[in-house]
Write a protein that binds this ligand. Structure first.
Ligand code: FRU
Length: 497
């Protein structure tokens, strides 16, 4: 009888349970961070700038709001802020005996048609991706080419182009090496905590030239590597190579690490001790970032994926970070990676109407909060905030966001004694050590409904996290605890639609 009752109840309740999970969550849909129109999204893929247009391909399940049926979704933008959605560029390949999922990878413009895959003497766009074949338990590198500017792709007839007969072997990142006149592929062997470098003259035939690994953080598998040349302190006489690797996945506190060193066209040499661990972002959300190919003027800009594991959103799941400019700077600790929201985005901020911009004159806050939203303005959890503080006697200071009348809020604070920036969302505290520069702490806070990216001191450190505030939790304030702090400058842009 009990069992019967259980089945009757379960039959009645099941549809509601399923429905509850699919409840739309518009209050968490970011406005100026990229999301798929619907369904699941993970890593950015094939980031490439062509004829004034930024292409963003991404890991996408076109059929469901969960990981699976991996394909390359596609969107384009002229300013890195407003995106136009396009049809899936590379769909999964299903035959009777093989399913091929289109895993992460990159795209290049084969300007001189080295691959011979172009049409009418024009160079094709070539995508280099991992073909994941679950039935065969195999991953190898495939290429596909596009002769319509990256809209549609044809898979190369003689794939794979690189195959080491492994289950885990993925995420090829290809760049053009001008000095060697060769294509370079950086690709991960995840379980062995290493990357391999391959060289090619035609994108089809690849030769293994070296390996790098078992250094830095080896707690988790290695994925999504990339190798990027940068000038240290902007000095063309001081070129270094930035090797980024995603090495965390959901359980680790920090998802992406980086190495700085030299690359002689064949081999990467780490400048730091093998035990040195350097992290791209000190939050636990930022992952699988790769830089754009073919940006002009030596600019290097990356996009990362903000991993949405804890809370379900609907009808989409997963969002991209703000595009971030990369640079290397000399610090007391050595050469370090700095990140800033892409400079091209400043034009978008400047173009906002006056009602959506706010500038606050310098003032001193003494053991109190200064509410910053007013009426309907700056009240949408879509604020881009740029604040500079000079520490005084306050033990902690900073910003409070997503404040609810019931007291719930997210605190982005700096603790003077510990020299530590933290984000406390009421459930968990994420922190990173950082010292004032010229006696100041600058916080650039990009709040967008359910994501928060915090750049400290011009991007010397970054913490990114996801938050899921109630609809009414839109208050925000500057604060000082147990003493005073000077708020030197404060600018706020409201990016709501
Ligand atoms: C990283 C990753 C990649 C892989 C892709 C599959 O998030 O695991 O290594 O190519 O996602 O979707």
């Amino acid at each position: 009888m009990k069992r019967q009752l259980f089945y009757i109840l379960a039959t009645i309740l099941l549809p509601f349970t399923l429905h509850a999970q699919d409840q739309p969550t518009p209050q968490w849909r970011p406005v100026y961070h990229f999301t798929a129109p619907q369904n699941w999204l993970n890593d950015p893929n094939g980031l490439i700038y062509l004829n004034g247009v930024y292409h963003l391909y991404y890991q996408h399940n076109p059929l469901e709001n969960k990981w699976g049926h991996m394909s390359w979704g596609h969107a384009i933008s002229k300013d890195l802020l407003h995106w136009q959605h396009l049809p899936v560029a590379i769909p999964e390949i299903v035959t009777t005996d093989t399913t091929t999922w289109i895993f992460s990878g990159s795209a290049v413009w084969d300007e001189h048609n080295s691959s011979g895959l172009g049409k009418n003497g024009k160079g094709p766009v070539v995508a280099i991706y991992t073909a994941d074949q679950p039935k065969q338990q195999k991953e190898s590198q495939f290429i596909a080419y596009s002769n319509d500017g990256g809209l549609t792709y044809t898979n190369y007839a003689h794939n794979p182009v690189v195959d080491i007969h492994q289950k885990d072997f993925r995420d090829p990142s290809v760049i053009w090496l001008e000095a060697q006149h060769k294509w370079l592929m950086t690709v991960a062997v995840p379980a062995e905590h290493k990357v391999q470098f391959y060289s090619s003259g035609n994108l089809k035939d690849w030769e293994l030239i070296s390996e790098f690994g078992n250094q830095g953080d080896t707690r988790k598998i290695w994925e999504c590597p990339s190798l990027t040349p940068l000038y240290v302190d902007g000095n063309p006489a001081k070129k270094k190579w930035l090797l980024m690797v995603s090495s965390g996945n959901q359980e680790a506190a920090t998802g992406m690490q980086y190495f700085i060193g030299d690359f002689d066209g064949k081999k990467f040499t780490n400048d730091n001790a093998a035990t040195t661990q350097l992290f791209v972002d000190d939050g636990k959300t930022f992952y699988a970032a790769i830089p754009y190919n073919h940006l002009p003027d030596g600019r290097q800009t990356m996009i990362g994926w903000l991993m949405p594991f804890e809370t379900a959103t609907s009808p989409w799941r997963g969002q991209m970070s703000i595009p971030r400019d990369l640079s290397l700077k000399t610090t007391a600790a050595g050469i370090r990676l700095f990140q800033q929201p892409a400079a091209v985005l400043n034009t978008c901020l400047e173009q906002l109407p006056a009602a959506k911009k706010r500038t606050q004159k310098a003032l001193t806050l003494d053991s109190k909060d200064l509410p910053l939203n007013n009426g309907q303005r700056f009240n949408n959890n879509t604020n881009w905030i740029d604040a500079t503080f000079t520490p005084g006697t306050a033990t902690d200071f900073g910003l409070k966001i997503a404040q609810h009348k019931n007291g719930r809020q997210v605190v982005i604070g700096y603790n003077v004694q510990r020299k530590e920036l933290y984000i406390n969302d009421g459930k968990e505290v994420q922190r990173v050590s950082v010292s004032p520069v010229n006696h100041q702490i600058r916080l650039q806070v990009l709040l967008d409904k359910s994501s928060v990216e915090v750049f400290v001191n011009n991007g010397e450190k970054v913490i990114t996290t996801l938050i899921f505030p109630d609809r009414e939790a839109t208050g925000f304030a500057a604060f000082a605890d147990n003493g005073h702090v000077t708020l030197n400058t404060l600018k706020v842009w409201d990016l709501s639609k």
